[in-house]
Design a protein around this ligand. Structure first.
Ligand SMILES: *Cc1c(COP(=O)(O)O)cnc(C)c1O
Length: 219
C-alpha cells in the first residue's frame, strides 16, 4: 500500500471511531508522526493534505522542517519527544505545539523563550500514567498542581494533557485516567493514542492522536 492510501485508511478509522463513540465528526485531530522519515517521504503526506505533524527530536526536526514549512503553508509542527532546557530556544523557534512539558525547569525555560521570541506556542503537559521509571512525564497525582503552577506562576496556558501508556498494558485505563486528570486540571485537550491504539483512544475522548508507523511504515 502507498503512503497516501495508508493515510486515508487511518483517517477513515478515526472517522469510524468518532461515529462509534457518538462524537462529532472531525473532533479528533491526526498528528502524523514523521520521526526518522526523510523530507521526500513527508512531502507525500503533505501532498495528500496532511498538515499536522509530530517529531520527537529537536535536532532532526531542524534539519527537515524549515524547508518543508516554507514550501507548504499551514503546517502545524508538534514536539512529542523529551526536551532539554538547552534546546528550548530552538524548540520555540521551530515548533507550534510542545506536548512534553513535564517539569518546572522546562516550563520555565519555555516561558522565558516564548517571551524572548515573542511567540506563543500551544502547550501540553505529559503525564506518566503508568509511573514508569524510564519514561518522561509528571506523576498523575501531581498533574493538577503542576498545571496550576504553569498558569499561575509562569503565565503559561496549558491546553491539554498527553500520555504514552506502558507498551505491555491495556491502554484503556490509562486513557481514562488522562481524561479524568484533564477534567481535574481544567484543561480540554487530550493527546493520546498511537498506531496500535488510536481507535481506543478516540473512544476514551482523545482530541488528537499521534500516529506514525501506520502512516509512514515501520521505522
Ligand atoms: C513515535 C511516537 C508516536 C507514534 O508511534 P507509532 O506507534 O509509530 O504510531 C506517538 N507518540 C510519541 C510520543 C512517539 O514518540
Amino acid at each position: 500500500m502507498e503512503l497516501q492510501e495508508r493515510l486515508a485508511e487511518v483517517w477513515a478509522k478515526i472517522v469510524a471511531a468518532e461515529r462509534d463513540a457518538g462524537r462529532p465528526q472531525r473532533s479528533v485531530q491526526l498528528v502524523a508522526v514523521s520521526k526518522t522519515f526523510e523530507a521526500d517521504t513527508i512531502r507525500l503526506a503533505i501532498a495528500a493534505g496532511q498538515r499536522i505533524f509530530g517529531e520527537n527530536r529537536v535536532q532532526e526536526s531542524q534539519a527537515k522542517w524549515p524547508d518543508l514549512k516554507e514550501a507548504a503553508p499551514g503546517i502545524e509542527l508538534h514536539l512529542i519527544g523529551p526536551l532539554q532546557s538547552n534546546k528550548a530556544a530552538e524548540a520555540v523557534a521551530l515548533f507550534d505545539v510542545i506536548e512534553t512539558i513535564d517539569r518546572e525547569k522546562i516550563a520555565r525555560a519555555i516561558a522565558e523563550e516564548m517571551k524572548r521570541q515573542d511567540k506563543v506556542l500551544r502547550l501540553y503537559v505529559q503525564v506518566n500514567t503508568g509511573l514508569e521509571p524510564q519514561k518522561a512525564g509528571i506523576a498523575p497525582n501531581e498533574t493538577a498542581a503542576f498545571v496550576n503552577f504553569c498558569r499561575d506562576e509562569l503565565g503559561l496556558a496549558i491546553e491539554g494533557l498527553m500520555c504514552i501508556p506502558p507498551a505491555e498494558e491495556n491502554p484503556g485505563p490509562h486513557f481514562a485516567l488522562l481524561a479524568k486528570l484533564a477534567e481535574k486540571s481544567g484543561v480540554k485537550k487530550l493527546s493520546m493514542g498511537m498506531s496500535g491504539d488510536y481507535e481506543t483512544a478516540v473512544a476514551f475522548g482523545a482530541t488528537s492522536v499521534r500516529v506514525g508507523s501506520a502512516i509512514f511504515g515501520t521505522r
